[in-house]
Design a protein around this ligand. Structure first.
Ligand SMILES: *Cc1c(COP(=O)(O)O)cnc(C)c1O
Length: 387
């Protein structure tokens, strides 16, 4: 895409063009089978994802959000149980808790990682707290070593919202596998993105995997591929229809083959932004926080902070550059959680991030010259503000 036509926030048309022969082979197999729901493509993807992530079990579902709801239920959340959730995250982290029958209890974030602050989690824990949900945002994992310690001290179940964390590992172990389980979202903009909605639960616990597998398919236990009549099967578990679409599984199988290359390209682009934007006045660039155990960043989002965020976004838009605000409103101030009675000022780090953070275009198909154009516009704007 040339500079004159602007820079999209996200685009994967070139990726799909180059992957079309592989995608087409998977789609042909799917079409030729003549049976189009809960077929073997999903099972094939689950096995490939298990191999890639190192998870003992991967269960494909129809979105990252459903993956969270089913994971919380399978991990034993009981009606009224409290789950500690950071207030700076995508709204689904907390709505999933409500949909699973629990109560989200919000806590502030660490301003350097944007993820749940262990001290903040400690501050909101009560006798009814049963679970804690670290959310891994943008390019790095939450402070798992402190959060796992916190959970162990209070016998809390750890459920990871690792929807953004495809490819991120802590001490060699993939995101989502540090507690009871985690999730992946394959929403198109995610690091491993489909061409529609899809998600998965990751876990090393066979009983949890079996429960999620049954719940995604109306509570049916037994074979994971529908090759048998199901008419007389008993329903023991209250389930839903959250099966992964076979077409998305076919697309994701093709894309998974390029995941390492895509992650490397994302890292290259992030490094280029950092090089071009370093030293810009009024701007905070994303940092990789050092950890006690080896972690690897995966650049899903390149998030900057500006002291004039809204004006900067408008300036970029006028020049045809699309950006996103992750996240515009902290969850404790979202209208859907108004009944929890929170006020502005309660979680200052999350509130500051919501006012200052801006995500710049970052995806494997982004051309270097487009990234350079975005960087020049950001620098020019900030310098103008700090003359
Ligand atoms: C994308 C995302 C989700 C939801 O995933 P969907 O597949 O869009 O339902 C949940 N939590 C976080 C942190 C996300 O980024």
């Amino acid at each position: 895409m040339g500079a004159s036509s602007g820079v999209s926030f996200f685009n994967q048309t070139e990726t799909f063009e180059s992957l079309w022969p592989t995608t087409r082979r998977h789609l042909d197999e799917l079409m030729d089978r003549g049976k189009y729901s809960h077929g073997p493509k999903v099972a094939e993807l689950e096995a490939a994802l298990a191999a890639w992530t190192g998870a003992r079990h991967v269960v494909g579902v129809n979105s990252g959000t459903d993956a969270l709801v089913l994971l919380l239920r399978a991990a034993g959340l009981q009606p009224g149980d409290e789950v500690i959730v950071p207030t700076y995250t995508f709204v689904a982290s907390a709505t999933a808790v409500v949909l699973a029958g629990g109560h989200p209890v919000f806590a502030d974030i660490d301003p350097h990682t944007y993820s749940l602050d262990p001290a903040g989690a400690e501050a909101v824990r009560t006798e009814r707290t049963r679970m804690v949900m670290p959310v891994h945002l943008f390019h790095q994992l939450a402070d798992l070593s402190s959060l796992l310690g916190f959970a162990a001290r209070h016998e809390l179940t750890v459920v990871e919202d690792s929807a953004e964390a495809f490819g991120m590992r802590w001490d060699g172990v993939h995101a989502g596998l540090h507690g009871a389980g985690g999730v992946l979202s394959f929403f198109p903009t995610k690091t491993l993105g489909a061409i529609g909605d899809a998600g998965a639960v990751l876990t090393d616990d066979p009983a949890l995997a079996e429960a999620v597998s049954a719940m995604r398919h109306h509570g049916r236990t037994g074979p994971t591929v529908d090759d048998f009549p199901t008419i007389n099967r008993a329903t023991e578990l209250l389930g839903t229809n959250s099966k992964m679409d076979d077409i998305q599984a076919a697309v994701l199988l093709a894309k998974l083959g390029r995941a390492d290359q895509d992650i490397a390209r994302r890292a290259e682009l992030a490094a280029r932004y950092t090089e071009r934007l370093a030293g810009t006045p009024g701007l905070t660039l994303p940092a990789v926080v050092p950890r006690t155990a080896a972690t690897n960043p995966v650049w899903y989002v390149y998030l900057i902070e500006s002291d004039h965020r809204d004006e900067l976004a408008a300036h970029l838009a006028r020049h045809g550059v699309q950006t996103e605000t992750y996240y515009p409103t902290p969850l404790h101030l979202q209208p859907c959680f108004a009944e929890l009675g929170h006020r502005r000022g309660e979680f200052p780090h999350a509130e500051a991030a919501c006012e200052r953070a801006l995500a710049l275009p970052l995806y494997p198909d982004l051309a270097d010259h487009d990234l350079d154009l975005v960087s020049d516009l950001v620098r020019g704007f900030q310098h103008g503000k700090h003359r």
